[in-house]
Design a protein around this ligand. Sequence first.
Ligand code: ZN
Length: 349
Amino acid sequence: MDLLTPPELTTDAQRYDIFADKDMRYDGHVFLGVQSTGIFCRPGCPAKMPKFENCRFHSTAESALQAGFRACKRCHPAGGDTALIKTLISLVETEGETKLTNAVLSAKGIDPSTARRQFLARFGMSFIDYARTRRLALAAKTLTAGGSVLEAQLDAGFDSPSGFRSAYAKIFGAPPSKAIASPLFITWIETPMGRMIAITDEAALYLLEFTNRKNMRRQFGRLRKVQNRAIVPGRTPITDQIETELRAYFLGTLSNFETPLATSGTEFQRRTWAALQSIPHGETRSYAQLAEMIGNPAAVRAVASANANNGLALIIPCHRVIAKDGGLGGYAGGLARKQQLLDLESKEA
Ligand SMILES: [Zn+2]
């Protein structure tokens, strides 16, 4: 058995083969969400292989969950090996999260603090958050399918409308009554340099960020506020377009993105972002040069801040701005990734 880290997966076709071959080396690295059944699995699952077009791949159980999939009962993708986590997962499926208080857990012989620790270790999120995300993803699905707020509330396992409204608004940034008006759709996209989050509607891309980007939470909040729209899990044709372009970009075959963008910012930020987009693929500029490009050479700090606040990573190429001395400068997506991006772009002839 190969104990080394298995080769990196870059295409969905490769990921599909991992599941078809029951290649257990990838357990914990890739999860398979089956669109037709709403279930997600880990490599090695004994269930019948779904058709390729029904497969949605995720690199963490958390992201599969956020996309609305539930854990498979045969392979326990989210359950790992511990009986405790399996018990907790099935509790989430059978009982409303509002009922799963510490007292209830204790009464079932589960130590709440152990449960919390194991969940955090496995998912990077608390048990309560897990349950809530799972329930509210179901509710969002009901709403986007045209269901009523009451149906969505019942799907989510909430007894009280007000409890449902506030929990929903906390996750999706808008009350459920607004969710069907004109939501923005959020999807997780896997890239060779890490998972990205994309927010789109039918007409444009609103946000594209690496998920561990430092100020993503702030970006998210700002977008929600400016747009005054709910953000629910889902895809649009724009999601498909940016996903296709990203694939080509990381293969080195695309240097100009054509996905339509929706930016919101001050006049100064917009000018800075336009200047950034004029820096050719494979080249870099300093912050001072960027300030000169927008005709405001003294505004180096403001330019750096506008640079950091653009919500469209790669497309508005803030990674092409480096320090005056040739050093990397900053990057909210992490300096290692900035270097990787510059290396990728410099390979182009
Ligand atoms: Zn399974």
